[in-house]
Design a protein around this ligand. Structure first.
Ligand code: ADP
Ligand code: MG
Length: 281
């Protein structure tokens, strides 16, 4: 199942080589021997959170990351986001070393952290306000993204008037506002009930198809990882390292019915083998 990488057409940039049309993919993220050791009070030598991680991610790919709690998934994502400094190695986005947060990278966390006294729209344009950007333009763009995530009509609602799923969509709009080429999502639907979560999974696939950005999606759920991704990276317990890299070739567009197919079951079964003893939570 992992052997022959097959990539969907949206990931392929076609280049003409002589008279032959050759498909080649564009690398978006390169991670070379990236490690993380946290300085902590309890461990004078430092706490090794991540063993050296090396991987390449092609532009437009949807990559899920699964691994047990505390294995360093969030650390890895924050390193790619430029929010946590790396202790060794190198991370590049579009050929440039990541040293700080970038404008072309959007981040969505488990909790959207919305200001309760501001409307959904005002929450979304807050970063634009801080960055002293043109607010009329930001509002205009935000309205388009409210539409894209199925929230049009709720721009002037306050967070308390929105369900958990709707609040998370507001967080997604905020991340999309800069038209990111890379969307980093850290267990974004972890706090939602099962039905809202499934609905959000399908919504996310629709948004991804519409924006064609690269997505790095962290989850505790193996079925969620498989349903969404082109590729599932499996991390070991702390200190985390990538122990498997599975290409998911289920046809797209994906649907919830696929969860009941034998092929889907083969992916989830094989991924679960990594967590037989410890479980995922
Ligand atoms: P995950 O997201 O997979 O649950 P994290 O990346 O949050 O894992 O954490 C990985 C390890 O690093 C854990 O042991 C955690 O306690 C530790 N850790 C995370 N952040 C810090 C920090 N700021 N300072 C010290 N240790 C940290
Ligand atoms: Mg985490």
């Amino acid at each position: 199942m992992t052997s022959t990488p097959t990539r969907s057409a949206r990931q392929l940039a076609h280049v003409t080589l002589g008279s032959t049309l050759v498909a080649s993919s564009t690398r978006h993220i390169r991670v070379e021997e990236a490690t993380k050791t946290y300085a902590t009070r309890l461990e004078p030598a430092g706490l090794l959170a991540l063993k050296p991680i090396t991987l390449d991610i092609d532009a437009g790919t949807f990559v899920s990351i699964v691994g047990p709690s505390g294995c360093g998934k969030s650390t890895f994502m924050r390193m790619v986001a430029g929010l946590t400094p790396i202790s060794g190695g190198r991370i590049e986005i579009d050929g440039t070393e990541v040293r700080e947060p970038r404008n072309d990278v959007g981040v969505v966390f488990q909790s959207p952290v919305l200001l309760p006294w501001k409307t959904a729209l005002e929450n979304v344009i807050l970063p634009a306000r801080f960055a002293k950007k043109n607010l009329a333009e930001a509002r205009e763009q935000a309205r388009e993204y409210f539409d894209l995530v199925g929230l049009s009509g709720f721009e002037s609602a306050y967070p308390r008037e929105l369900s958990g799923g709707m609040q998370q969509r507001v967080g997604i709009v905020r991340a999309l506002l800069n038209h990111p080429k890379l969307l980093l999502m850290d267990e974004p639907f972890g706090a939602l009930d099962a039905m809202s979560r499934e609905k959000m999974n399908l919504e996310l696939l629709r948004i991804w198809a519409a924006t064609s950005c690269t997505v790095l999606f962290i989850t505790h759920s193996i079925p969620e990882a498989v349903l969404l991704a082109d590729r599932v990276l499996v991390m070991s317990g702390r200190p985390g390292e990538i122990v498997d890299d599975v290409e998911v070739t289920l046809p797209r567009p994906r649907s919830l019915e696929q969860i009941n197919t034998a092929e889907f079951g083969r992916y989830t079964y094989s991924l679960r083998q990594h967590f037989k003893s410890e479980g995922l939570d």
